[in-house]
Design a protein around this ligand. Structure first.
Ligand code: ADP
Ligand code: MG
Length: 170
């Protein structure tokens, strides 16, 4: 599977989707998050970090550019919003860590060329109040092979125990 979309109707639902992704993540993975300001990217990262057992405060690293969180697998949280170009990203010297950590990169589409293998998640506000559409797209075998299971996990997590936080799968 190369891509799928899910709809979230609240921050809590977005967090459930993030927790489902957390189960599939492993060191070396690169997740690029795109979408306008307030689309839900940081809300999603926070849920992933919590699901991986992190108790570190998660905030948009817009000024810090990058933060590490300790968790079952160490997390690198980047915000590319203020980066002028890919060169500026390279100068941060983060590449040497990226095989060992899970990288979650806001505004990641700006530096997607650095990561031939990544999972892209785009967040788009819908017409409904608090509605968001999340599209998951694979750029390589790692994610093309994992998206089917991820899609199933999101459906299961969100339509079973958490019926009140039901997610609609398109
Ligand atoms: P970003 O990092 O994309 O700029 P944030 O996660 O910081 O976005 O902020 C998202 C804002 O939108 C928060 O105030 C959150 O409460 C609100 N929100 C409303 N509906 C949703 C939703 N379905 N998913 C995520 N956030 C939502
Ligand atoms: Mg943010």
């Amino acid at each position: 599977m190369e891509q799928f979309s899910v709809r979230s109707g609240s921050p809590a639902q977005t967090a459930l989707i993030g927790a489902a992704l957390a189960d599939a993540l492993r060191p070396g993975d690169i997740v690029l998050l795109s979408g306008d300001l307030a689309a839900g990217k940081t809300t999603f990262v926070k849920a992933v970090a919590e699901a991986l057992g992190s108790t570190d405060p998660v905030t948009s690293p817009t000024f810090a550019l990058a933060q590490f969180y300790s968790a079952r697998s160490r997390i690198l949280h980047v915000d590319s919003y203020r980066l002028a170009d890919v060169e500026e990203y390279r100068d941060l010297g983060l590449a040497e860590y990226q095989d060992e950590v899970i990288s979650l990169i806001e505004w990641g589409e700006k530096i997607a060329g650095e990561f031939p293998c990544h999972l892209a998640i785009s967040f788009v506000a819908t017409d409904e109040t608090d509605g968001r559409s999340l599209t998951f797209a694979s750029s390589c075998d790692r994610w093309t092979g994992a998206l089917g299971d991820l899609h199933a996990a999101i459906s299961k997590d969100t339509n079973g125990a958490h019926a009140r936080d039901r997610i609609v799968i398109d």
